[in-house]
Design a protein around this ligand. Sequence first.
Ligand code: CP3
Length: 363
Amino acid sequence: MTTPRADEQDHGTPGRGALTQSAFLRAVRGEKPSHTPVWFMRQAGRALPEYLAVREGIGMLESCMDPDLVTEITLQPVRRYGVDAAIFFSDIVLPLKAVGVDLDIKPGVGPVVAQPVRTLADVEAIPDLTPEHVPFVTAAVRSLIAELAGIGEHGTPLIGFAGAPFTVASYLVEGGPSKDHARTKALMYGAPDVWDALMAKIADISAAFLEVQVAAGASAVQLFDSWAGALTPQDYERFVMPHSARVLARVGELGVPRIHFGVNSGFLLPLMGEAGADVVGVDWRTPLDWAIGQVGGRVVQGNLDPTLVFAPTEVLLERAAQVIEAGRAAPGHVFNLGHGVIPSTDPDQLARLTEFVQAYPLD
Ligand code: CP3
């Protein structure tokens, strides 16, 4: 199999190959797709028995550094559900691990950092990311692009991703998952110079991580600011938005569409759009029609409650239809859950949901 050179790859620019005509890239550009495109955040993972099988005895971060395994795991949900986009299998803390930060991802817990970052010296000790830190990412993206070109009518686009500075900072400062982000906010309010240095450092690392994925052939990117909903709009605007905007601006120079997502982010949606998003991801608590009014003519992605897979199928599909109908008011709509797939999800429910969304008449 030949892998296209970076400068020959299709990054979703109109007129450059079949992938640009895929429902996902058409919707993201605000053009009329043949059907509402659908993919699921965390579509790869523990809900799939084939994922549990290949991950057996291999740690999460170790898996992310094995290009063959990353390729296989990324393709699993594409094969099973026929979703309209693949999302690169990795993690928001992988780039930190790659530059040498001592951290691990503990099953059932999440990222755990050995020495939390609290001072300017701690920030300065974190190296910048170069492509040489993540050769396994380049290799995995290239092999995925080659495989995905043959799946679906126009090929299947790959979405690259990174963690946004606030969400990644929370893990670094807290040392692990946190409900209230108290230490993170204490640093933000109490030592704004250290805060800005930390956020600038993470912004550079996340932007470089996205650049590697796009250079290797990713068609779009998603910046995950999962925990931004813990902030007021004022604090978001002062302490977070400029740094996320820098990440999105750097990726914007590469000409790929940018999706920006946060959980519980209703009040932040206008700012998250203004930060430089082409597509704003909407969490499940936020009514989609209201969200569309907030984001100033941008394309939206979302936002079915991920727990609806546990409802009877007819209820699941009735609610999915409501999401699709609400999405019509936006210039483009990418169907997704309003947060990640819950590990105990029955994959057959997601298969039915995918089929339903793709068959739903748009005219
Ligand atoms: O969406 C996908 O299919 C791509 C893969 C992906 C993973 N993590 C794989 C993963 C993506 C996009 C992420 C991003 C990520 N990681 C976020 C932002 C998205 C979100 O959910 O809000 C966050 C906050 C993290 C940090 C993180 N990593 C958490 C909270 C966890 C869960 C811990 C647990 O075990 O419940 C992880 C681990 C992780 N990342 C898993 C997967 C599939 C589970 C690890 C396993 O299978 O053992």
